[in-house]
Design a protein around this ligand. Structure first.
Ligand code: ZN
Ligand code: ZN
Length: 322
């Protein structure tokens, strides 16, 4: 947000498919070794509108794609799975064990993600329809990645090292390709959220603060020349470092804003009231939706573990207080 995205030229062996939707930028990545691997499939319309035309332009067909790795179980990353599967049922779909069921069963994904704070925030029917439409039809995941790391060897030293980061979604992964000096980060670097072209922001989303910081540090540690994000373009090392710093600063600032808000409400606040006040006071450029609640919840858990705040039951609700 607020930064011009850089579109660095990628080295031979990897290409970006430009696949924006609904005012949001989106890049998918195609890696070519002895086999061809696509990373993420966008929303339901993405194969028809972006992937198939791209393949055609480059003298390829869906038959040429051997594997698809999904970085994480959000509908803008797996929504095209069904159409890719329908176009080539031999494609091996790969995802982490902590996310794959959400990609196979979209109603379950909606219920378990968006309805996880129903006493605090509930999406309306239009919101649900928007998510389920974009998620497309259910499609099977063939290979499940277990544990913290797995490698896919594409031959000639081209290896995809898949690391579980699990911050932005439970089974989120990043993909390091040492031979190409590049890392595909999905939505791992959350910055200050994403702005769509109408100026409405999506709040940064992470479910666990420690995992999020570890994920950002992992990307920093890999020191790749090409940092391939889903929504923020292709970054060089220095740009990635700036964005990692900005993301970490946002985490600290959001924590300070939570503490400040709770200081002025000594009786404590429910997650919903806390999110509302944060929204009005600091974050009104963002949609007051799932992301604000989930990330604020994760931050409160972290502050509780740090013994900076407490969680107490009151009238059937859990209240956060100093
Ligand atoms: Zn995401
Ligand atoms: Zn995304």
């Amino acid at each position: 947000m607020g930064k011009e995205k850089s579109m660095k030229e990628l080295p031979q062996g990897i290409a970006a498919i430009d696949a924006p939707f609904g005012g949001f930028p989106l890049l998918l990545y195609l890696i070519k070794g002895r086999e061809t691997v696509l990373v993420d499939t966008g929303i339901a319309e993405t194969p028809r509108e972006k992937i198939f035309p791209y393949l055609e332009k480059h003298n390829m067909t869906p038959e040429d794609i051997d594997k698809i790795v999904i970085t994480h179980a959000h509908h803008d990353h797996f929504g095209g799975n069904y159409d890719m599967y329908a176009a080539n049922p031999n494609i091996e779909f790969i995802a982490h064990e902590m996310d794959y069921e959400w990609m196979e069963d979209h109603q379950r994904h909606f219920n378990e993600m968006y309805l996880s704070y129903t006493d605090q925030w509930t999406p309306d029917a239009a919101y649900e329809k928007g998510v389920l439409d974009a998620a497309g039809k259910d499609a099977p995941i063939v290979t499940v990645i277990k544990g913290p790391h797995e490698a896919i060897d594409l031959g000639d030293g081209l290896v995809l090292d898949i690391y579980h980061t699990g911050a932005h979604s439970p089974g989120e992964v990043i993909i390091h390709i040492e031979k190409l000096n590049c890392v595909i980060t999905g939505d791992c670097i959350q910055l200050r959220g994403t702005m769509n072209e109408n100026g409405v922001g999506t709040f940064p989303l992470f479910n666990n603060v420690e995992r999020y910081i570890m994920a950002l540090e992992k990307i920093r540690f890999l020191e790749c020349e090409y940092v391939c994000t889903s929504h923020t373009g292709i970054l060089d090392k220095a740009e990635a470092e700036d964005m990692i710093k900005e993301s970490m600063e946002f985490v600290a600032a959001h924590q300070e804003n939570i503490l400040e808000t709770l200081r002025s409400h000594p009786d404590g606040l429910s997650l919903h009231d806390l999110a509302d006040i944060l929204h009005d006071k600091y974050y009104s450029v963002y949609e007051n939706a799932y992301q604000l609640h989930a990330t604020t919840h994760a931050q409160c858990q972290f502050l509780k573990d740090q013994k900076k705040i407490r969680r107490v039951p009151r009238g059937g609700k859990l209240i956060w207080k100093l």
